[in-house]
Write a protein that binds this ligand. Sequence first.
Ligand code: ADP
Length: 243
Amino acid sequence: MGAAGATTRTSTADGGTVVTGNPRLVLLGKQGAGKGTQAARLSEHYDIQHLSTGDLFRAQAAEGTAFGLEAKRYMDAGELVPDDIVIGIVEECLAPGGRLADGFVLDGFPRTVTQAEELERVLDGWPLDVAIDLDVPREIVLDRLAGRRVCEVCQRVYHVNMPPVHDWTCDDDGGPVVQREDDTEEAIERRLELYERETVPILDFYREHGKLVVVDGVGEGDEVFARLVRVVEDERRCARHGR
Ligand code: ADP
């Protein structure tokens, strides 16, 4: 069951703030670090919205919207979707009354320093609890990505060594479980390069803002999830005590 509650932020007599309510999280990490799987679990645990920009783009592309088809051109080429397009979409979701207004875990966004800066602007005095770097060595993510298979309907992630129970149909909704078009060896190399160049600088950005926590992403899913929850709880406890 979730740990939900409306987010409130109250000023204290000494000029600090007290934060209660739903977590506001960013999950960073290489492709294949497990962000999607763990973000979905955090979303369920805290009853907050999970926004994966990659899933959003793929869903829009499958629907054939103009925006989705444009995003698909970049995704298929192993490029990042331009910042202004991505920021416009996320800004809409974060607006008051938008789907992210009452707590969220962002997965795949921000992915450039410009996006991180724009996120700060959009959040405007309503900051993140924490940005978590789910840290997994390159050799391990390469193996995970090469064997990764995903449900076309709900995007649940499987691996060739841990397939669904019934003949490549999703355990949750029976959707076809397939290899993503951008999980070829060449595209994986290209995305990991882009990660080093565009996304690693974000770690410094959040470190300088005192928001970065690195979590070891190697191990059983349950173990990694427990580490993440511990970090979220610690950060929120510190915030409540006006750190
Ligand atoms: P991965 O982490 O394996 O790259 P995602 O599902 O997160 O997979 O993203 C798939 C693709 O969608 C990316 O390779 C990129 O083209 C595009 N994309 C997703 N999020 C962003 C973003 N925040 N900025 C730019 N492009 C993005």
